[in-house]
Design a protein around this ligand. Structure first.
Ligand SMILES: [Zn+2]
Length: 1052
C-alpha cells in the first residue's frame, strides 16, 4: 500500500469542482434531488389523517376559537385580499413512525403568520417565501405516536415587504395559497453536516480563493459529495468527520485575529410598505420568535430599539412583553437607542436619537452626550453612492466640539446572516484596523423576517474560532463599545456632518407630511410656553377665586409621542405607501386641532386672569396678542375677525383687516385697542408699476423689489445699504423651475445628480396684478401654468416695516417624475453657504471641486439657507421645506416632487407653502437670520375681543428675557417633567445659534429661588447658574452651538 494513496481520477479544473459544490449545497439547483437539502427533513406527512386544516376569518383569536372552522385541504383555495387575516386551525395526529422523535410543522403561504396556542398565547412568527424564510414551528421535542396537537396560525395577507409590485406600489388584490403544511422530523445528522458545509463553502468562495484554506475547503466539500449517500448513515458519519476535522483547525494567537461581536436584531420599519397596524403584528411575530430562540440557544443575545414598539407590545401582546422583561434580566435581551422611533435625522426634536437611521447631522454628538448616550452606531453611510465613507471606528466630533465614540459596521448591513462572506467584509472594509481590531455584526432578518434564524445561530456557534476567519462571539452592543474603549490604540476623529450620499429626495417627498410636522412642532411649543404662563398666573391668583388653570401634562405627552411616531424614517422622509400616510395625515390633523384648542385654553386663562387684575374695566374692541419668542416684535397682522373697523388701517380682499402691532413683548402678552392706531410715518404707496408699465415694484423703507411679468425678481435694492443691488445684471430671482426627476431605483427616496442637466423655467404664461398697495402691506399676485395639469398661484408681499420679502404659494400639482424648485441668483461671492440644522447651523461648500463637494448637490436644511460674503448676505427661508442647493451664487429651494412608488399618488393635489428672502448686512455669523427665520415660522397668535375688557399695552410682562437676544436663543419653556403640573419648577432650553461664545443676562420678574444647570433628560448637574449684578438677573455664558437646559425653581 502506498501512502499517501494515489488518486486515480483526473485532476478536475477548479471551476468545475466549484460548480459541483454549488449544486450540491444549493436549495434551488436543478439537481436538488441529488443535493443535501432533500435530506434535512424526514418522515414528511401532508394532509389527512395526520395534518388537518380548517380556516376562519375574524379579527382576533378570542372570537376565532368560538367560531366554526371550515375544513380545507392544502391546495383547495386562495386567501386574500391584501392585508386580510385568515385564521387556520391546525389539528395534528402524530404518526406512529414519529414516536420518540422531535416533530416539526412546516408552513409556507408566502406571507407572514403567527402561531398561537389554543389558550391565546402568541408563540412565534412565520415568514413565507424564499430567501428570508422561517417555515418551521417545533411542535414537540419528543412526539408520541397517536398523540394529538392543536394550534392556530394567524395568516396575514402581506409579505415581508408588503403587497407591492416592482415599484413597491401596493396591489390591493394579492392572494396567497398554502404551499406547505407538513409534519416533518429534522434529520439532525444531515442538518449538522449541512451547517458545517455552509461555512466551509463560505471559506471556499468568500475568502481569498487561492489561499491554502480556500483550496482545502473546496477539496473537503468535493470529498463529502463523493462520500454522501443519504440512505447510508455510515456515509453521513464519514462526511461529518471530514467537515469537523476541517473546522476544528483554530486560529493561532487569538490576538492577531479580527474580533467580531455579533448581536441579533430585527430592523422593523414602524411603517413602510405596510401601515402602523401591521407593524404591531410584525413586532409580536418577530419578538416572540426571538424569545423562543433564546430558550433554545442560551448564549444568544438580541437587541431591539424603538420605544414605541415596546409600548405597542405591552399594550397588545402583554404575555410577550413580560417574557422580554425576563430575558432582559438574564442579559439575553438588550434594549438600546434613546429615541421614540428610528427616525430619519433630517428633522427632529431634541429628545431623539438614532441608531439605524438616515440623515445624520452635526449637532447629534452633543444631544447624545446630554441624553446619557455614550456611543453611536450606524451602517447607513455604506449606502453612499458617490464616495466611500473613510472611517469605521472613530470619534465623531460635532459642531460644538463634543466627541462621541462611533462605529460604522464594516459588514455594511444591519441584516447580516452570519456568513463567511460577511466576516471577510468585516476585515476587508474596516478602515481603522491599525487602531481597533474589532467590529460589530448586526444579524437577523428585518421587517417581518423575524430576526435571526436557527441557521444563523448554528453558523455563529461554528464560527467562534476557525483558522483563516475572524473570530466571532455573541455579545451585547454595550460590551462591544466597552471593548473598543479598552483595546483600541487611539482613534482618529471625523469632524463634521455624516452626510448620506443617497436618498436626497426625502427632504422634499410627501410635502404635506413635512408641513404637518413643522406646524405641529411650533404649535406644541406655543402650548408649552403659553401653558407655563397661564399656570404661573393661575398660581399667583389662587386666592382670588378665578378657577385654576391645569397645565396639560397628559395632552402634551400624547402630542409629543404622536409627533415622534410620525417622524419614523419612512414617514417623515416620505418613503412609505399611501395607506401609511393616511394614518400620518390623520395624526398630524389630530395634533394640530388638539394643540390649537390647548393654546386657546391657555390664552383664555391668561386673558381672564389679567382682566380681573386690571382696575379700569371697560368693554372695548381690540386684540390680545401673544408672542412666544423671547424678543419684542413689531409686525403687521391680519385681524382674525372679518369686517372690523380699525382706524387708518388696511383691508384685504377677504374682508380681513391688516393692523400694525407695535412692540409685542417677548414671551409676553399685549393688548391693542381698536380705533387708536397711528401709522403716520407710513404714507407711501408701497406697490406700483414702473413708468412704462413693464415691471411691478414692491417697496418699503428697507427694500425695493422689482418683478417682471412672470413674477421673477429682476432687481432687489437694499435701501439701508445704499446702492446694494442683490441681483446681478441680467440675472433673476424667484425663477420657478421644473426638473426631470427620474432616479435609478428608489423613486420616493432619490433625486439623482443628473437631474441638474435637464430642466426648464416655468414662465411666459403668468397673469399678474397688484392686489394690495399699502399702507401696511403691498401684495403682488400671479398665476402661472406649470403644465396642462398643474398650476401655481403666488402672492409676493412686503409689509411696511419688514426686512423680509415673502412668497406665499398655492399649487395644484399633478405631475409625474417632475421636481419643482425655485431659484435665486445673487450678487454675492462665497465658497460656502450656511444651513440651519436643529439648534445650530452648518457650512457646506458652494462648489463642485471634489466628489465629496459635488455629492452634496442637494442638501437638507431646516428653516433657512444663507449665502454670505464678508459683510453682506441673504437668507432663503421656508415654513415647511427641507431641501436646498447652493452652487456658486445660485441658491435653490426644493418645493415639490412627484415620485410614483411606493405611493403612486405621492404629492398629487393641493399644496400651500411659504418662503421668504431676507437680505442682511454683515456675514451670517453676525446677522439676525436665526431670529427672522423663527419669526417666519412662529407667527404672533391673536385673540379678538369685541365686548371684553381689552387693556391697551402690556397685559403680561415678559416671562423671561435674554439680553442681548440675537445670539442666544431661548427656544423652550415648559414645566419640568417632575413638577407634576404644579408650576413650581420650569425648564428652559437655550442654544447659541451662530457658532461663537456668547454671554448674556437672563432676566425675569418671577421670584426665582435658584436656577440649576440640567441636561436634555432634565437631570440636575449639581451646578447653579450664577446671579447677575442686576436684581432678578442671571449670567449666561454659552460656548459655540451649546445647548443649555436650565431648571428654574420658583419661590413658593
Ligand atoms: Zn427601515
Amino acid at each position: 500500500m502506498t501512502t499517501p494513496a494515489i488518486d486515480n481520477t483526473p485532476r478536475v479544473p477548479d471551476g468545475i469542482t466549484r460548480s459541483r459544490v454549488a449544486n450540491f449545497i444549493s436549495s434551488g439547483s436543478n439537481f436538488y434531488t441529488m443535493g443535501i437539502h432533500r435530506g434535512l427533513w424526514t418522515y414528511r406527512h401532508s394532509g389527512s389523517p395526520y395534518v388537518g386544516l380548517s380556516v376562519y376569518s375574524v379579527p382576533d383569536l378570542k372570537d376565532a376559537v368560538s367560531q366554526t372552522f371550515q375544513k380545507v385541504t392544502q391546495h383547495e383555495r386562495n386567501y386574500g385580499p391584501s392585508w386580510a387575516t385568515h385564521w387556520f386551525k391546525i389539528n395534528l395526529t402524530i404518526p406512529n413512525v414519529m414516536d420518540g422523535k422531535p416533530a416539526v410543522f412546516q408552513w409556507n403561504m408566502d406571507c407572514e403568520g403567527m402561531v398561537w396556542s389554543t389558550d391565546g398565547i402568541p408563540l412565534q412568527g412565520l415568514t413565507g417565501g424564499d430567501g428570508q424564510e422561517r417555515h418551521e414551528y417545533i411542535v414537540t421535542n419528543k412526539a408520541v405516536g397517536g398523540e394529538r396537537h392543536t394550534f392556530y396560525i394567524e395568516a396575514a395577507c402581506n409579505g415581508m415587504f408588503g403587497v407591492g409590485d416592482n415599484a413597491m406600489v401596493p396591489d390591493p388584490n394579492r392572494y396567497f395559497s398554502i404551499k406547505t403544511a407538513d409534519l416533518v422530523v429534522p434529520d439532525k445528522e444531515v442538518q449538522d453536516l449541512y451547517y458545517d458545509l455552509d461555512i466551509i463553502r463560505g471559506i471556499a468562495y468568500d475568502t481569498q480563493n487561492d489561499s491554502p484554506r480556500a483550496r482545502e475547503a473546496v477539496w473537503v466539500i468535493n470529498e463529502v459529495i463523493n462520500q454522501f449517500i443519504l440512505e447510508d448513515r455510515e456515509s453521513i458519519k464519514r462526511c461529518k468527520a471530514l467537515t469537523s476535522e476541517f473546522l476544528s483547525v483554530n486560529n493561532g494567537q487569538a490576538r492577531g485575529q479580527h474580533q467580531i461581536t455579533a448581536i441579533g436584531n430585527c430592523h422593523i420599519d414602524t411603517a413602510w410598505l405596510w401601515p402602523y397596524a401591521e407593524t404591531k403584528r410584525k413586532i409580536a411575530r418577530s419578538w416572540s420568535t426571538q424569545i423562543d430562540l433564546m430558550d433554545r440557544y442560551p448564549d444568544y443575545i438580541f437587541t431591539g430599539s424603538q420605544t414605541q414598539q415596546y409600548e405597542w407590545l405591552s399594550e397588545y401582546y402583554p404575555s410577550v412583553f413580560k417574557k422580554i422583561k425576563e430575558k432582559e434580566k438574564k442579559g439575553q435581551w438588550e434594549i438600546i437607542g434613546g429615541s421614540w422611533v428610528e427616525h430619519g435625522m433630517v428633522l427632529n426634536i431634541l429628545e431623539n436619537e438614532p441608531r439605524f437611521s438616515g440623515f445624520l447631522i452635526l449637532l447629534l454628538p452633543q444631544v447624545l452626550k446630554q441624553s446619557g448616550c455614550d456611543y453611536f452606531f450606524t451602517q447607513k453611510l455604506s449606502w453612499n453612492n458617490i464616495n466611500k465613507f473613510p472611517r469605521s471606528t472613530f470619534w465623531w466630533t460635532g459642531i460644538d466640539g463634543t466627541n462621541i465614540l462611533a462605529h460604522l459596521t464594516p459588514a455594511e448591513t444591519y441584516g447580516a446572516s452570519v456568513t463567511v462572506s460577511e466576516l471577510t467584509k468585516c476585515t476587508k472594509n474596516h478602515h481603522d484596523l491599525e487602531y481597533s481590531n474589532e467590529s460589530l455584526l448586526c444579524y437577523g432578518h428585518g421587517d417581518g423576517g423575524g430576526g435571526p434564524t436557527p441557521a444563523m445561530l448554528e453558523r455563529l456557534h461554528r464560527l467562534k474560532d476557525v483558522d483563516g476567519l475572524p473570530m466571532v462571539k455573541p455579545g451585547s452592543v454595550l460590551e462591544f463599545f466597552q471593548g473598543i474603549e479598552k483595546n483600541s490604540k487611539g482613534l482618529q476623529a471625523y469632524n463634521g456632518e455624516l452626510y448620506l450620499e443617497f436618498h436626497r429626495g426625502t427632504y422634499t417627498t410627501q410635502a404635506l407630511v413635512k408641513r404637518g410636522n413643522r406646524i405641529s412642532e411650533f404649535l406644541i411649543r406655543d402650548v408649552e410656553i403659553l401653558g407655563t404662563m397661564a399656570k404661573i398666573l393661575s398660581k399667583a391668583n389662587k386666592k382670588k377665586d378665578i378657577g385654576t388653570y391645569a397645565y396639560p401634562i397628559d395632552d402634551l405627552e400624547w402630542a409629543w409621542k404622536l409627533l415622534c411616531l410620525n417622524q419614523f424614517h419612512d414617514c417623515l422622509p416620505g418613503s412609505a405607501i399611501g395607506l401609511a400616510f393616511k394614518d400620518v395625515h390623520k395624526h398630524h390633523r389630530e395634533i394640530i386641532s388638539k394643540t390649537m384648542s390647548l393654546r386657546h385654553k391657555a390664552q383664555s386663562s391668561i386673558i381672564n386672569q389679567r382682566s380681573q387684575d386690571s382696575i379700569e374695566n371697560k368693554p372695548q374692541e381690540g386684540m390680545v396678542v401673544f408672542n412666544t419668542v423671547s424678543w419684542e416684535r413689531t409686525e403687521v397682522v391680519e385681524v382674525p375677525r372679518k369686517k372690523t373697523n380699525w382706524m387708518g388701517q388696511q383691508w384685504n380682499d377677504s374682508g380681513h383687516e391688516y393692523v400694525l402691532v407695535r412692540n409685542a413683548p417677548g414671551l409676553g402678552v399685549a393688548g391693542y385697542v381698536a380705533h387708536t392706531s397711528d401709522i403716520s410715518e407710513i404714507d407711501k404707496k408701497m406697490a406700483y408699476q414702473d413708468t412704462d408699465g413693464g415691471y411691478y415694484i414692491l417697496e418699503n423703507q428697507n427694500l425695493k423689489a422689482t418683478f417682471n411679468h412672470d413674477g421673477q425678481l429682476v432687481s432687489l435694492l437694499d435701501k439701508k445699504t445704499p446702492d446694494r443691488q442683490l441681483i446681478p445684471n441680467g440675472a433673476k430671482g424667484n425663477v420657478l423651475q421644473l426638473y426631470e426627476d427620474v432616479p435609478i431605483y428608489w423613486d420616493a427616496w432619490d433625486v439623482e445628480i443628473y437631474h441638474l442637466q435637464k430642466w426648464k423655467p416655468i414662465e411666459g404664461e403668468a397673469s399678474i396684478k397688484i392686489v394690495s398697495e399699502g399702507p401696511l402691506k403691498a401684495e403682488l399676485h400671479f398665476r402661472q401654468k406649470i403644465s396642462d395639469k398643474s398650476w401655481i398661484e403666488q402672492t409676493i408681499s412686503l409689509t411696511c416695516l419688514s426686512e423680509r420679502l415673502e412668497f406665499n404659494n398655492l399649487v395644484d400639482w399633478h405631475e409625474a417624475h417632475q421636481f419643482l424648485k425655485v431659484e435665486f441668483v445673487w450678487d454675492i461671492i462665497s465658497d460656502h453657504a450656511t444651513y440651519e440644522i436643529q439648534y445650530g447651523a452648518l457650512r457646506r461648500p458652494t462648489h463642485y471641486n471634489s466628489t465629496i463637494d459635488s455629492a452634496k448637490f442637494e442638501v437638507c436644511g431646516h428653516k433657512f439657507a444663507d449665502l454670505s460674503e464678508a459683510n453682506y448676505g441673504v437668507a432663503l427661508m421656508n415654513n415647511c421645506k427641507y431641501g436646498y442647493a447652493t452652487h456658486g451664487n445660485t441658491q435653490r429651494l426644493s418645493l415639490l416632487r412627484s415620485p410614483k412608488g411606493p405611493d403612486e399618488n405621492a404629492d398629487m393635489g393641493e399644496h400651500k407653502f411659504k418662503y421668504a428672502i431676507y437680505p442682511h448686512q454683515n456675514h451670517f455669523n453676525s446677522s439676525n437670520v436665526v431670529r427672522q427665520a423663527i419669526e417666519f415660522n412662529a407667527p404672533l397668535s391673536l385673540r379678538y375681543a369685541e365686548d371684553q375688557e381689552v387693556k391697551s399695552g402690556m397685559i403680561l410682562e415678559p416671562l423671561f428675557k435674554v439680553e442681548p437676544s440675537n445670539q442666544i436663543i431661548l427656544d423652550t419653556i415648559k414645566l419640568a417633567e417632575d413638577d407634576n403640573g404644579n408650576g413650581d419648577v420650569l425648564i428652559l432650553r437655550l442654544y447659541e445659534a451662530y457658532g461663537g461664545q456668547a454671554t448674556a443676562l437672563l432676566k425675569s420678574h418671577l421670584d426665582i429661588k435658584q436656577i440649576i444647570i440640567s441636561n436634555v433628560l432634565e437631570d440636575d448637574l449639581d451646578e447653579e447658574l450664577p446671579r447677575g449684578d442686576v436684581a432678578g438677573s442671571f449670567k449666561l455664558t454659552l460656548h459655540p452651538f451649546q445647548i443649555l437646559t436650565l431648571k428654574v425653581q420658583l419661590a413658593k
